[in-house]
Design a protein around this ligand. Structure first.
Ligand SMILES: *Cc1c(COP(=O)(O)O)cnc(C)c1O
Length: 222
């Protein structure tokens, strides 16, 4: 099933868009099955879970951290993480930079923006991001690299609303690109779209889509 699901989704995704298979809460055997079908980028939300899976599974897997990250848990993922999608405060970015320095790494990060109507979702607004990028502190951070932005749309069947939120994120991306990263080719990623809305996200310019349940089936939280 996992292989068929993956193939169906990959066939619908244009070149230049990376599929991140979101495997949070799913067993290693599911990830191995997706890996055997050719999938290499996986997304996880919980630092210890990601570390445990990393230790056991093939080492050419690219691990994307996509959940809310607490500063005291950064240490579990920094040695190997490929991309942190969920930088939502200046404080978190500073802590990631510090930990990355200990490991002599430059860690790729996305700034997460709050684009949904729900208050529960995390993320910066444009002013907060500008404050961060303008700060003296940011200029001293040599062990992180900002590669783009991430956002989650409102959980709703209203496709017009979802599209509007993705357009908003794309506009934020363009503004930051122009004002801060014009000469930095690594700033190119727009992480948006999940199982229910990734086709809209791709139409609106996503370069990374994060798809879980459409690949692995519904999650069981207990
Ligand atoms: C869980 C999660 C996903 C995947 O959700 P699905 O609806 O199962 O595709 C994508 N992005 C983030 C940030 C998530 O937490």
């Amino acid at each position: 099933m996992i292989k068929e699901n993956l193939n169906k989704i990959k066939a619908a995704i244009p070149n230049g868009v990376t599929l991140v298979a979101v495997s949070k809460t799913k067993p290693m055997s599911d990830i191995q099955e997706a890996y055997d079908a050719g999938q290499r980028a996986f997304g996880e939300n919980y630092p210890q879970e990601m570390r445990d899976k990393h230790e056991v599974l093939p080492h050419d897997i690219q691990w994307h951290f996509i959940g809310h990250l607490q500063t005291n848990k950064i240490k579990y993922i920094i040695p190997f993480v490929t991309l942190i999608h969920s930088i939502d405060t200046a404080n978190l970015l500073e802590a990631v930079n510090k930990e990355a320095k200990k490991h002599d790494r430059v860690v790729d990060c996305l700034l997460q923006f709050h684009i949904a109507q729900e208050e529960t979702k995390f993320g910066l607004d444009l002013n907060e991001a500008k404050q961060l990028l303008d700060s003296e502190l940011f200029k001293t951070m040599e062990n992180i690299r900002i590669c783009g932005v991430m956002g989650m749309a409102t959980f709703t069947d209203d496709k017009v609303e979802v599209r509007k939120e993705f357009k908003h994120l794309k506009a934020i991306f363009e503004t930051l690109k122009k004002d801060y990263f014009a000469d930095q080719p690594q700033f190119k990623e727009l992480s948006m779209g999940m199982s229910e809305d990734y086709p809209i996200a791709i139409e609106e310019g996503a370069t990374l889509v994060r798809v879980g349940s459409k690949i692995f089936g519904p999650r069981n939280y207990n």
